[in-house]
Design a binder for this molecule. Structure first.
Ligand code: ITT
Length: 191
């Protein structure tokens, strides 16, 4: 089976392809030849994930999936959450987002956080969602060069290194994204 992965984020494509391996073929939007930006206008990961998969499904009538991910920090009322990509502004870098998050957490003792991924699969005109969570904490300054986004400041529970200090296979053995994608794979196996 071949499934379009409705994302414009090459880091997500690389992680997801490694998790899925040869179980089925994942085709990114770039490989599919679709280069438009898909809006994410909603206030929840669930709705934004559906927005991305439904745009591709409605336009091309293909089976596809997308995912929306947020870094949720309870001490900041769940921020950056659904705004994770644009936390520091409409046009901003991952580094700007990290700087803003670290400044908001200054003086706050509770640095617990979780990454949450919601996968939206549209298969034969029906939508299914799968969630994956990775709990951890936000450290005070960046460590590591691997991964992407907020990885340099996130230390997952049970570890003392950040996601950005792990190689891809180690991150994929515990990450929010891998957990959600593994549920998708299980679902497809039993479909
Ligand atoms: P698509 O919507 O095209 O899939 P995006 O980059 O806009 O790609 P999101 O809307 O899900 O993705 O934004 C989530 C942001 O959260 C993303 O830009 C990263 O900065 C961050 N993020 C997502 N997954 C992450 C991960 O595994 N590690 C660190 N940061 C992550």
């Amino acid at each position: 089976m071949n499934l379009i992965f409705a994302t414009n984020n090459p880091n997500k494509v690389s992680e997801v392809k490694k998790v899925i391996g040869d179980k089925f073929e994942v085709v990114s939007l770039k490989e599919f030849g679709f280069t438009e930006d898909i809006p994410e206008p909603h206030d929840t990961l669930e709705e934004n994930a559906y927005e991305k998969s439904s745009v591709i499904h409605q336009r091309f009538g293909v089976n596809c999936f997308s995912e929306d991910t947020g870094l949720e920090v309870p001490a900041l009322n769940g921020e950056p959450g659904v705004k994770s990509a644009r936390y520091a502004g409409e046009v901003c870098s991952a580094s700007d987002n990290i700087d803003l998050l670290l400044s908001r957490l200054e003086g706050i003792e509770n640095r617990e956080a979780q990454f949450r991924t919601v996968v939206s699969l549209i298969l034969e005109d029906t939508e299914y969602q799968f969630e994956g969570i990775a709990k951890g904490k936000i450290i005070h300054s960046r460590r590591g060069e691997k991964g992407f986004g907020y990885d340099p400041i996130f230390v997952p529970e049970g570890y003392d290194i950040t996601f950005a200090e792990m190689d891809a296979s180690e991150k994929n053995s515990i990450s929010h994204r891998a957990k959600a994608i593994n549920k998708l794979v299980e679902f497809l196996k039993n479909y």
